[in-house]
Design a protein around this ligand. Structure first.
Ligand code: FES
Length: 176
């Protein structure tokens, strides 16, 4: 039970919001951190805490690609497949990763290390094609970069090639 295991954290989250249901996403993160994905039991419990119905919780989880309804690998690779990334080759990158890891979107490697997903826009269109692995962005990808990232993740669990926190690009300066 989340309420027993994370009593203080849940109370602290609830205290931040005047409208109870606003705590939905933070509570779903607590559940996901606990099991690696949001279990059906957690979904029902969160619905109860927030006086929502389980379908209301379910529809929120299915809307956001950062929330998982089934277990994912140690590294969850989410490649953006939306228009800007598609225009500069996200399809072939997905194909490249598929070949390298032997898994299609929605699948995980047998060793539990990698899960591949093709997701909608992650708001880094200016540095397409891009992917998110766990909480990190990797942008302006090429096949060579993807190879290095996968090799780094396999050997050290992290890659120097990750981008910094997402920043909106600066507006062009007006010409005078
Ligand atoms: S279209 Fe890929 S990040 Fe927006």
């Amino acid at each position: 039970m989340l309420r027993e295991k994370y009593k203080d954290e849940i109370e602290q989250i609830l205290s931040r919001y005047s409208v109870k249901r606003s705590a939905l996403i933070p509570l779903l993160y607590v559940a996901q951190r606990d099991q690696g994905y949001v279990t059906e039991a957690a979904m029902k419990e969160i619905a109860q805490i927030l006086t929502l119905t389980p379908p209301q919780v379910y529809e929120t989880i299915t809307f956001y690609t950062m929330l998982n309804l089934k277990p994912v690998g140690k590294f969850h690779i989410q490649v953006c497949k939306s228009l800007m990334c598609a225009l500069v080759g996200s399809d072939s990158l997905i194909g490249w990763i598929k070949t390298k890891l032997g898994i299609a979107p929605g699948e995980s490697t047998a060793d539990g290390n990698f899960t591949l997903s093709a997701v909608e826009c992650l708001a880094a269109c200016g540095t397409a094609p891009m992917m998110q692995i766990n909480d990190d962005y990797y942008e302006r990808l090429t096949e060579e970069k993807v190879d290095r990232i996968l090799a780094d993740l396999r050997s050290t669990g992290t890659s120097q090639l990750k981008s910094g926190p997402f920043m909106w690009p600066e507006a062009p300066k007006a010409q005078v």
